[in-house]
Design a protein. Structure first.
Length: 87
């Protein structure tokens, strides 16, 4: 029984990593995109240029990895650089 679970987890981990690679290849502007399996949840983290892009990444990941138990830990980059704020 243990071997069956190990095989499932290897396959699932591969599917999760393939989904991350596929999203990275789309050049959506997300940096440091990462998925971590935490029990029954998958936590997605990274830095997105906007909340819309972060939401799109969650949708794509759900579709590609065929999961819906995702915790969104993607932060949004600060759109105002210090030089722009003083202008």
């Amino acid at each position: 029984m243990r071997g069956l679970f190990d095989r499932f987890m290897r396959t699932f981990t591969h599917k999760v990593q393939a989904a991350i690679a596929r999203i990275d290849s789309m050049d959506l502007g997300v940096s440091d995109l990462n998925a971590r399996i935490e029990g029954r949840w998958i936590q997605l983290s990274g830095i997105a240029p906007s909340r819309e892009v972060a939401s799109r990444v969650i949708e794509l990941f759900s579709q590609f990895a065929e999961v819906d138990n995702i915790r969104d830990a993607i932060s949004v980059a600060d759109s105002t650089a210090p030089d722009e704020a003083n202008a």
